[in-house]
Design a protein around this ligand. Structure first.
Ligand code: HEM
Length: 137
């Protein structure tokens, strides 16, 4: 098994975790434009990781097709489902903000942001678990 794409992807996901935590600190400090800008970078990096590594890897996972109820397939599918929803919601939140070019309208989307970050956290934890399964640590 080629470890490199998985390791690079894991590294990228940890960088995104750092971005999300920093963006959360900026929101606490009421620096909302910087918070939104940093979250936009996080969403863009997640798309890159999905397009280059995770999407193609999911399509090549034979076990998901041959044994869909296997524990590994279930982890992969719940990870992919929560990750996809978080990615789409994050993209919509960032896009709506950019269309309005002011953080004011975003206050209404606080609940959506909380739901997105909860799904993203579940996807991240399952993704790290999945990494230990794929690469045997
Ligand atoms: C919020 C979004 C997401 C987060 C935080 C996330 C996080 C992670 C992490 C930390 C890993 C382990 C590193 C690795 O093995 O490459 C991983 C792997 C993986 N993820 Fe995600 N992920 C997300 C979205 C998705 C989506 C949308 C899909 C597919 C629809 C997906 C499918 C996969 C697959 C198949 C792997 C194994 C890649 C490999 O072969 O190494 N992920 N993810």
């Amino acid at each position: 098994m080629n470890y490199l794409p998985g390791q690079i992807n894991l590294g990228l996901q940890i960088v995104i975790l750092g971005i999300v935590l920093t963006a959360w600190g900026l929101k606490k400090a009421r620096k909302l434009i910087l918070h939104g800008a940093l979250m936009s970078v996080g969403v863009a990096l997640n798309w890159i990781s999905f397009i280059i590594v995770m999407g193609p890897s999911l399509l090549s996972l034979e076990i998901v097709r041959t044994q869909p109820l296997h524990e590994y397939s279930l982890i992969a599918m719940v990870h992919a489902a929560t990750g996809s929803i978080a990615l789409i919601m994050g993209t919509v939140i960032v896009a709506l903000w950019h269309l309005q070019s002011s953080p004011k309208g975003c206050v209404r989307r606080k609940m959506a942001m909380c739901a997105t970050i909860i799904l993203w956290t579940i996807a991240l934890v399952l993704g790290i678990w999945f990494y230990t399964i794929l690469y045997g640590y």
